[in-house]
Design a binder for this molecule. Sequence first.
Ligand code: URA
Length: 450
Amino acid sequence: MSGKGRVVEGVTEEVIHAVSVIATKRGGAPLTDAQIAWVIDGYTRGEVAPEQMSALLMAIYLRGMDRREIASWTRAMIDSGRRVDLSGLRRGSVPLRTVDKHSTGGVGDKITLPLTPLVASFGVAVPQLSGRGLGHTGGTLDKLESIPGWRADVDLDAMITQLVDVGAVVCAAGADLAPADRKLYALRDVTGTVESIPLLASSIMSKKIAEGTGALVLDVKVGAGAFLPDLADARLLAETMVELGADAGIATTALLTDMSAPLGRAVGNAVEVAESVDVLAGGGPPDVVELTLALAREMLDLAGLPDADPAAHLANGRAMDSWRAMIAAQGGDPDAPLPRATHEEIVTAAADGVVTTMNARAVGDAAWRLGAGRARPGEAVQSEAGVTIHAVRGEAVRAGDPLFTLHTQTPECFGGARAALVDAVTIDAQPGPAASFTRPAVIDRVRFGA
Ligand code: URA
């Protein structure tokens, strides 16, 4: 399809060609709503060529988009597929509120696993449509698939039944939800345009709006392991997404959270599930617990339960009961032992001192090289692969102490993982106060109009 021209009462409407859309944005002018709708629709149906969309994405990356354009781009992606309506859900005669969480992705970010059943244990429905990992950040579905029997593929009817019966569901987003985004994301990945704030915001929000949640909490990561390491960029992304949510009638809050070091002490698949279960049992690493509780409070607040105490449900077993029901509803056995790697190696500290930095990106790369993640969509991952962290920021070590255990089924991967970790950690003999080398888990909060 080369363009569009329509005569209405003797007047020719705007003629749109892929080249004119690219040229508009290349010159720095805003795209019209009609141009955006046309180009997204044409690309989704295969009538705008990938090389043309690549050029447009790069022009957007370099020139940006204003608020109207971003809203219009998001709407066009939603309109490319099905929009689910969860507003009428009821449990018996009681209307069910829905609230979802989305993280922009981080190393060791297993928060969805304890958070979803925790929030559901208060009677709120949590529809958590998730993805698989690509690159250095792991995918929630890959992690859960390490539980024997657990299935990610749940159709819409089964998802709604589970939301009503159990309150919590984590499953794969259907192919008919914002299909334009699926195609565009693959193209952004190979054209160096992933990190554009308008493209990131519209990609994330199109899927969340299409999935039909009533409220949304966004966890926007900041630091070395994040898509946007810089705080100002992450804040702009958070503000843009909160505005898009408000425009769509979805109560949306964003937390800016630290991703300069991995979350917790486990990075990988089964090892992250085990750590999540520790949190649900009332234990687990303090940073994972703190972030889980901070996000749970925001979700419960948006669901109309501002006084709910999520820490109590971690302590009294209600969150664990909800987890067990959620896993069993999708065929998983919550009591089955998790798979363990057949090969392990230990990386030791080179000096005495205190760990003051741990580069999240490097640890994520190491887990990926061990087989926990994939380089291309569709590749298999190893449930057993990952990294266990023995000394986190602020902890003292002696030369020769274990820093990391590497887990894999494929021992030929150890060399690459060790190489990724060479400069991952700083050990300082005179570190100064902890506040000089750590950040709080939650850096800031962004709410519409606040
Ligand atoms: N996750 C998404 O859904 N979209 C992006 O663009 C990046 C991360």
